[in-house]
Design a protein around this ligand. Structure first.
Ligand SMILES: NC(=O)c1ccc[n+]([C@@H]2O[C@H](COP(=O)([O-])OP(=O)(O)OC[C@H]3O[C@@H](n4cnc5c(N)ncnc54)[C@H](OP(=O)(O)O)[C@@H]3O)[C@@H](O)[C@H]2O)c1
Length: 286
């Protein structure tokens, strides 16, 4: 049965009869502890639902930007070149919850190639209903950042999207190879945002113009670094996976790839959930 109980001052939810507030979401089965802030309100049956309720007010001229990533305890963001070896069921739920709040998913072409990106799946029914009631699309739209346009137009990301969805956006540069541009034009909306590098401030202004209120950046470390360095990140949702991987600085890159930031970004820890050894940390950039 579901129950909420206090364990060492930690609010804990388990499956089975925890009642009624109606916020226990389909597929929610495992134990989740909320470590911070504490105590949790008694009617907050599914802490992951908190991601959907968080306030994300867009700053002037651009959307609110969330960076969502998973990393090992030693800071690696990939095992054998992919993030999958770091995740778990709770992480996948947080990943879906974050996609549920996003109007656009911003992702670097390196991640698209490494992870074999596909069209975003439809969120749970309650999330879709909420998005539609807010006048938003049922699913977030992908925005891929690529200077080289080294992207396969026949990849599932382009070839298998639902008919009713707009094509993914590919943010690129004026100097991109014309033949690759021509190959992608039938399956993507290409936006040139700079001569040789995508100007991320300009790109976010474009996304703001088309009504995006929340942009979720799913990495990778190269793109994250540029966004942080340009002061364009409002929130960092980091899953700390109970793994030690090694190789950070080499093959297993950390959250940010690049030189030290001129001024380190300061983060305020807003919430920590725990499940099965994983920590789900929400930070706000202050
Ligand atoms: N743990 C996690 O949560 C997580 C999340 C995401 C990724 N990852 C891992 O991170 C790795 C990939 O990350 P990454 O840092 O190598 O790549 P990335 O940040 O995903 O992508 C870098 C690429 O994006 C394009 N790009 C980025 N900024 C640009 C700009 N301003 N102008 C033009 N193009 C720009 C370039 O693509 P072109 O080369 O096409 O020009 C560049 O090579 C993979 O191993 C992946 O598994 C882990």
């Amino acid at each position: 049965m579901d129950e909420q109980r206090e364990v060492l001052g930690i609010s804990r939810w388990t499956t089975g009869g925890f009642s009624t507030a109606g916020s226990l979401r389909p597929g929610y089965r495992r134990d989740v502890d909320r470590l911070l802030p504490d105590p949790a309100p008694a009617d907050d049956a599914d802490p992951v639902a908190a991601y959907l309720d968080d306030a994300r007010p867009a700053p002037p001229g651009r959307p609110w930007v969330v960076v969502g990533m998973v990393a090992s305890v030693d800071g690696a963001t990939a095992v054998d070149g992919r993030s999958g070896g770091l995740g778990g069921p709770g992480d996948r739920r947080v990943f879906r919850a974050l996609r549920g709040v996003a109007d656009m998913i911003l992702v670097g072409a390196g991640t698209v190639r490494a992870e074999g990106y596909r069209s975003p799946r439809t969120p749970d029914d309650d999330v879709v209903a909420r998005r539609l009631a807010e006048g938003r699309a049922p699913r977030p739209r992908l925005v891929v950042v690529s200077g080289s346009l080294d992207l396969d137009p026949e990849a599932p990301l382009f070839a298998e999207r639902p008919d009713e969805d707009p094509p993914p956006v590919v943010a690129t540069v004026a100097s991109a190879p014309p033949e690759r541009r021509a190959a992608l034009e039938p399956v993507a909306e290409l936006v040139a945002c700079g001569p040789n590098r995508v100007d991320l401030t300009g790109l976010l202004a474009v996304l703001d113009d088309v009504g995006a209120g929340v942009v979720l950046c799913e990495g990778g470390p190269d793109l994250n670094h540029q966004l942080l360095a340009a002061g364009l990140v409002d929130e960092v949702c980091l899953t700390i996976s109970p793994r030690l991987v090694g190789g950070v600085g080499g093959a297993g890159r950390s959250l940010l790839a690049g030189d030290s930031l001129p001024i380190p970004a300061r983060l305020r820890l807003d919430r920590v959930l725990a499940e099965d050894g994983f920590l789900f940390c929400r930070y706000l950039v202050s």
